[in-house]
Design a protein around this ligand. Structure first.
Ligand code: NAD
Length: 319
């Protein structure tokens, strides 16, 4: 098997690659050609989470698993809090094919999923981007969103305001004005990305204007929550993976509270294949519950593997 180290990934996979790969895998899921297996996600104590996301895509010949999680003590050690590795297997024989560093790939594929939702569901004339959160993923989210809409300014809120200048620097690199705002000023945003590890809602329904598209990307575990359930009741809700949305995604709270019916949630892949309509009016709120699925990880890892082979990079080992 080929070991593709984390340090090689920036040379092997671009944001464009991730956008295309995630679009393809969401569409393959909607066509029933690919499926994710039930997620294992366990609390280890002190805020640490560890688990496995695995799946198979017969159309792309991919079988594999991402193992890893969220370790909030890492920042103090100079490491990013998210840590993961992706293992690819031959779907015919089960033999291991590659182990690929999963940290940057997770950021790229998560930002790609969010950007695909913005591309398909936000109003074309969206000009103000709001971001709730300013951690590691937020900068990737910003850059991916800026590729699909002509934003004129970015506003952001974070529980820990000392983290906002790093996001502000990334906004400045895009040549856009940046302002740190209280949550109620998120009403100015046409698109809002939430990307926090919050255990309770920060963004309330009253903070969001009609016509907004939200990409809720932070909630990927039972018990996490970024937005008020009433906001999901007010929105048309889309997701990457139905089973995950109602159990570990943002929709878990609205569904368990009886504010949203699971059957009313639309797979984003069905919008990509044309099976379901996307935005239906300029005034409706659309909300993408991005839970993060294994197939996204496998898709970007497969690109890393192919490019590593082409460039003669990585370390071959007997497994
Ligand atoms: P990070 O640790 O770098 O940043 C955490 C962010 O959450 C910071 O902005 C912090 O201020 C904020 N935060 C912490 N506690 C909060 C609270 N109680 N209320 C409001 N905000 C709070 O994390 P990251 O790598 O940027 O990841 C952010 C979240 O995204 C995590 O929950 C992570 O598990 C999740 N994530 C989801 C996917 C997906 O596919 N959906 C992929 C990667 C990460």
């Amino acid at each position: 098997m080929l070991v593709v180290q984390e340090a090689l990934i920036p040379r092997l996979v671009t944001a464009d690659d991730a956008f295309e790969a995630v679009s393809n895998c969401l569409a393959a899921m909607a066509r029933g050609e690919a499926r994710n297996f039930p997620v294992v996600r366990e609390a280890l104590g002190e805020g640490r989470q560890y688990g496995f996301k695995s799946g198979i895509d017969l159309s792309a010949g991919m079988l594999g698993v991402k193992s890893g999680g969220y370790f909030p003590g890492n920042a103090a050690r100079g490491l990013i809090n998210h840590q993961s590795s992706i293992f690819l297997f031959d779907p015919e024989t089960g033999r291991p094919v590659a182990m690929v560093g999963g940290n940057l790939l997770t950021a790229l594929r998560t930002a790609a999923a969010s950007a695909i939702s913005i591309d398909r569901l936000a109003r074309p004339e969206a000009r103000v981007l709001g971001i709730v959160g300013a951690g590691h993923q937020s900068v990737f989210q910003l850059r991916a969103a800026a590729r699909v809409r002509q934003f004129e300014r970015v506003i952001a809120w974070n529980l820990h305001p000392e983290m906002l200048p790093r996001l502000g620097d990334a906004v400045a690199e895009l040549g856009l004005p940046f302002e740190s705002v209280p949550l109620d000023r998120m009403r100015e945003a046409d698109v809002i990305i939430t990307i926090t590890s919050a255990p309770e809602a920060s963004l309330m329904s009253a903070h969001v204007s009609d016509g907004t598209h939200l990409a809720c990307m932070g909630t990927d575990t039972r018990g996490k929550q970024e937005v008020e359930p009433a906001l999901l009741a007010r929105a048309r809700v889309f997701t990457d993976e139905m089973a995950q949305s109602v159990t570990i995604g943002e929709a878990q709270h609205a569904v368990s509270g009886g504010l949203l019916k699971a059957e009313d949630i639309v797979p984003l892949g069905a919008v990509l294949t044309g099976e379901s309509p996307g935005r239906q009016s300029a005034s409706e709120i659309t909300l993408f519950d991005g839970t993060g699925v294994a197939l996204q990880d496998l898709a970007v890892a497969a690109i890393a593997l192919a490019n590593a082979k082409r460039l003669g990079l990585g370390t071959e080992i007997d497994a």
